[in-house]
Write a protein that binds this ligand. Structure first.
Ligand code: HEC
Ligand code: HEC
Length: 365
């Protein structure tokens, strides 16, 4: 289905409401601006979509009370913010969000990191070439990560912030095992249904057209009308400083197709939140071990390659204004802080006026 190109952008929440209205109807969130719902998914997928919706919101797999929506909350554009975590804690400190497996600070009784920054501990297998020097026998590393939105996941493989899941089924299975302490395994059909549900969210809605077989008429920038002079100037700033990494319709691809989409924005290097550091040893082909320090080595934990240190999957930037905080460690609370980070880490020399223009552009995405 190709939506008219002049259609206005509609926030995620509204897109989701439509799904609830046309889904099983069990969850209904308020549509802030009274927008019209989008059409329900095509018949062939509707059954799986409804089952997936039900699983996403209600199925705990016999575990610790969490569902997918515990962390990917539709009230928060399918992500988690510190404000929402705090509201939850004030209302009920035993809410499933607070479980000592991944959202406590380590000892099982304090939750400051999730309350302040909406971060969760994620455990990742280490490549055989990498060793944690202070725990040499340990074959996994546990890092703090924010919760990405599920909007547009149909268009943004590979998944997770270091790209370690190549399919959404694999990702969902890992999420169930990692976050939910399940007492039963999901079936293949359940995993497919979760994926059928997740892949119905697009922001802006017309991005759905990118999925259609007939993509004629979709030119560059088909869904970002840049009208105000400030946003036009901001786009020029973006083209100069940012587009080499953030290009394509989702702004998640390097402009040079031969460059990897795993890159470092020097977020782990800056470690603004002072997350705990790991001393890591990387074994080289000649047997030598090079030592380095990082709170989250990103891609390098998986590849064992020091060149991948602190590199992450370049994220899509669509719908950005709805998904604060930013970066894998949620270290930037606002888009101003994102730009300030780039200015200091890349010496981009973006002036205050240019920053305002760039913000006007980023908020359009
Ligand atoms: C305890 C909180 C929590 C729960 C519960 C949870 N997730 Fe997540 N989710 C996360 C975090 C944190 C990440 C990022 C992990 C990373 O990048 O290593 C993530 C990442 C994802 C991504 C990757 C998005 C992308 O752009 O790469 C998808 C898709 C996803 N989760 C779906 C699910 C599904 C489906 C479920 C239920 C089966 C689920 N999640 C349950 C916290 C959670
Ligand atoms: C060298 C490649 C590169 C350049 C240049 C670059 N980015 Fe990024 N960007 C990334 C990567 C990689 C990440 C993920 C970093 C992380 O979380 O550690 C990222 C993350 C972001 C995020 C966070 C998105 C989210 O949902 O958390 C924003 C916003 C962003 N970039 C905007 C910009 C802007 C604006 C510019 C130009 C001023 C820019 N980027 C320049 C590679 C780049």
């Amino acid at each position: 289905m190709r939506l008219p190109s002049g259609e206005r952008a509609i926030p995620f929440a509204l897109a989701c409401v439509s799904c609830f209205l046309f889904g099983s109807g069990t969850i209904v969130t308020a549509a802030p601006n009274g927008a019209n719902p989008s059409p329900p998914p095509a018949n062939a997928r509707a059954g799986a979509f409804e089952q997936g919706e039900d699983l996403f919101f209600h199925e705990t797999f016999g575990g610790n009370g969490r569902t997918c929506s515990t962390c990917h909350d539709p009230r928060n554009e399918f992500t988690m913010s510190p404000q929402l975590a705090q509201q939850r804690y004030q209302a009920d400190p035993t809410h499933p969000l607070f479980r000592p497996i991944d959202s406590d600070d380590g000892g099982g009784n304090s939750y400051a990191t999730v309350l302040d920054h909406a971060l969760f501990r994620v455990t990742i297998p280490l490549h055989p070439n990498v060793v944690i020097l202070d725990a040499p026998g340990q074959r996994t590393i546990t890092v703090w990560r924010g919760v990405p939105t599920i909007a547009n996941v149909d268009l943004t493989a590979p998944f997770l912030q270091d790209g370690r899941a190549s399919t959404l089924q694999e990702q969902a299975l890992g999420a169930i095992k990692g976050h939910m302490q399940p007492s039963r395994k999901p079936t293949a059909k359940e995993l497919d249904a979760l994926v059928a549900f997740e892949t119905e969210f697009f922001y802006p809605l017309r991005l759905r057209a990118l999925n259609d077989a007939d993509r004629t008429g979709i030119g560059p920038e088909f869904s970002v009308p840049v009208i105000s002079p400030a946003a036009q100037r901001g786009k020029a700033v973006f083209d100069l400083h940012c587009r080499r990494c953030h290009d394509g319709e989702l702004l998640d691809e390097p402009s040079n197709p031969s460059v990897s989409h795993f890159a470092s924005a020097f977020v782990s290097d800056a470690n603004t939140l002072n997350l705990p550091l790991f001393r890591l040893g990387f074994r080289q082909p000649d047997g030598a071990v090079i030592e380095t320090v990082s709170p989250d080595p990103g891609r390098a934990a998986l590849t064992g390659d020091l060149d991948d240190l602190n590199k992450f999957d370049t994220p899509a930037l669509r719908g950005l204004k709805h998904t604060a905080p930013y970066f894998h460690d949620n270290s930037a609370d606002t888009l101003e802080q994102v730009i300030d980070h780039y200015n200091s880490s890349f010496n981009m020399q973006i002036t205050f006026d240019e920053r305002d223009d760039l913000l006007a552009y980023l908020e359009l995405l």
